[in-house]
Design a binder for this molecule. Structure first.
Ligand code: ADP
Ligand code: ADP
Length: 225
């Protein structure tokens, strides 16, 4: 079953048409990238999927249900941003545990899930460190762990690597892809970096001015004239 389905989705701000008929069909466990220049509407799609804003037309389905009929807390859509937005006065462990404690999980369960997530992102040795003691790449890994630990069905990633140095970015692209496969999680990444899109995606949606201009696997996109 398709995990995320957009049918003829429109978004309008006053007299500006930001999205003009978006169709996307994303399968369970797929890694999909929205690629396109600044201002083409990529983030708007993520904001609609995360419930931060509403589409002004069309249908959005998550897990076979119209998003309008799923209460926000049950949507199970997580988001990672370009800025990590970690709590500066909490340790790495506490930052990752934060979402779980809000959900009233038992101490044992919190401990187990946080530990295994820190292991997955390679930060077990840093669990007692504070964000300012970490590099940018490490901070972004904490942000990723914090989003993953609540086990979303779909993870939205809004340019999560673009603030990082080229070398670390390459490294994290590979890691992100491994983590996605390991968890078999549906991920939707927004980027304007063509190389990044090519290296991590099962499928790329190339966007231009509020529309999908092209859609295909990296090799299909790459070999097309
Ligand atoms: P991208 O993520 O591809 O850079 P965005 O989705 O952020 O693009 O923005 C698409 C267009 O929508 C831009 O022209 C932007 O200025 C406009 N836009 C975004 N949010 C608003 C808003 N709240 N009000 C008016 N225009 C907006
Ligand atoms: P992005 O990093 O995706 O480009 P922006 O900086 O465009 O994001 O947008 C940040 C915030 O400002 C969003 O909440 C967006 O809705 C709002 N916004 C963006 N463009 C406009 C605009 N032209 N008019 C009003 N709000 C805007």
């Amino acid at each position: 079953m398709s995990q995320v389905l957009l049918k003829d989705v429109h978004k309008q701000y006053r007299d500006t048409n930001v999205l003009t008929g978006i169709d996307m069909n994303i399968q369970d466990g797929e890694f999909v990238t929205l690629l396109g220049p600044s201002g083409c509407g990529k983030s708007t799609i993520l904001r609609i999927l995360s419930g931060l804003t509403d589409a002004t037309g069309g249908t959005v389905m998550i897990d076979g249900k119209d998003m309008k009929n799923i209460p926000p807390k049950k949507r199970k859509v997580g988001m990672v941003f370009q800025s990590y937005a970690l709590f500066p006065n909490m340790t790495v462990f506490e930052n990752v545990a934060f979402g779980l404690k809000m959900n009233k999980k038992s101490t044992n369960e919190v401990e187990e899930r946080v530990e295994s997530m820190l292991e997955l992102v390679g930060l077990q040795e840093k669990k007692k460190s504070y964000p300012h003691e970490l590099s940018g790449g490490q901070q972004q890994r904490v942000a990723l762990a914090r989003s993953l630990v609540v086990r979303p069905k779909v993870l939205l990633l809004d340019e999560p690597l673009s603030a990082l140095d080229a070398q670390i970015r390459k490294h994290l692209q590979v890691e992100l892809r491994m983590i996605q496969r390991e968890l078999n999680m549906t991920m939707i990444l927004v980027t304007h970096d063509q190389e990044e899109a090519m290296s991590v995606s099962d499928r790329i949606f190339v966007m231009n001015k509020g529309k999908i201009a092209q859609e295909g696997t990296p090799s299909e996109i790459y070999t097309r004239p």
